[in-house]
Design a protein around this ligand. Sequence first.
Ligand code: EPZ
Length: 422
Amino acid sequence: MDKLQISGGVALRGEIAISGAKNAALPLLCAALLTREPVTFTHVPHLNDIGTMLRLLEQMGVKVAREAGKVGAGDTVTLDASALDNLLAPYELVKTMRAAILVLGPLVARAGEAKVSLPGGCAIGARPVDQHIKGLTAMGAEISVEHGYVHAQATRLKGARIFTDMVTVTGTENLMMAACLGAGETIIENAAREPEVVDLATCLNAMGARVSGAGSDVIRIQGVDALHGATHRVMPDRIETGTYLCAAAATGGDVRLTGTSSAYLDAVIDKLMDTGCEITAERDAIRLKAPARLNAVSIRTAPYPAFPTDMQAQFMAINAVADGTAVIRETIFENRFMHAVELIRLGADIKIDGNTAFVKGVAELQGATVMATDLRASASLVIAGLVAQGETVIERIYHLDRGYEALDQKLIALGARVARLK
Ligand code: EPZ
């Protein structure tokens, strides 16, 4: 099992390219199920989760062509779902990547049936999919949940008005994709406003769908009889962008990230400026210059456009070495503080009370061996390792490889002393 060895204390400097967004690419790949014609995606990040999704689609009969690009440019992936012949998403694949639930809506809409393993929980929470089921049921699907599988059938989905009980990103995406081939108009209220939802809607409309309102909390979809092929470029990864900005901030560095922008990171940029960082936003790049010592900043996670839960762990690492005490409230997931105990091993002063963490900045962290538990927790350990004195070894870094393309190469390009150990 790979480990990452980091010798801390180096201020990150230089320039790297940001990859395509994992959380945009995953639903986009599933959208190809909605048509018999080939769909091509460019700027697809080369990540383990993407590989898992492509394996899942391939075992359904989707023809997959994947052309590797250089790091940062992304892969070009063409999917042809004309010969769809297996409507099952098996537990073996779904348990390693929860986003596999995103085949449910497209399969029911395109083929009238789907049998998808329940994703099960993960380190950060129970992660139920009841809203996905509620919405498809409202659109007329017959759904049973037995032996750990969601079995959905529908001759043809029909338009419905759906009000999700909470804001759900993949729930919104699943229902939006399903509604594209439904009979009549579907309205999704309390919809997720994340930029990845908008990227998906843009691709669906390029395929002939009639989606409006994406990016707001009310999305309207006029169902059509069929969708056609298209080519779509995956949007930049705003969470990867935020992660490298945090790494530069924590190490007192000066970095420029290209192929990205501050467009979808206002809440994060605001908080980084509150720490004392200087941010320069360009059309297709963003630069951060950090002060010698950061001010602590309190955060409260919430659905977009508020502060993203996927950046919470990274800000806990920043606050671990900032001046003052920060209060971090996690309102989206019930167990997303797994990184705290590992940061404490590195010398951080953190107290957890329910979904609130109190982080008192310390003068410095000391390197140690720590364990990654989930994708963004791993990122916070990398940031802490970069700033800690001495050597940090992070175990189970397969979590990182799921969501960060060429992380070690990119850090080394910024001057970090990082090595991947087998
Ligand atoms: C997406 O997960 C992202 N994943 C997550 O990123 C991200 O943290 C999350 O949205 C919130 O922004 C992808 O896009 C592939 P939710 P998702 O449905 O859609 C509850 C990462 O690190 N809920 O918006 O699964 C749920 O338990 C990952 O890249 C229900 O109760 O999250 C949670 O408390 C981690 N029932 C809240 O809603 C449902 O049917 C928000 O979850 C659906 C969700």
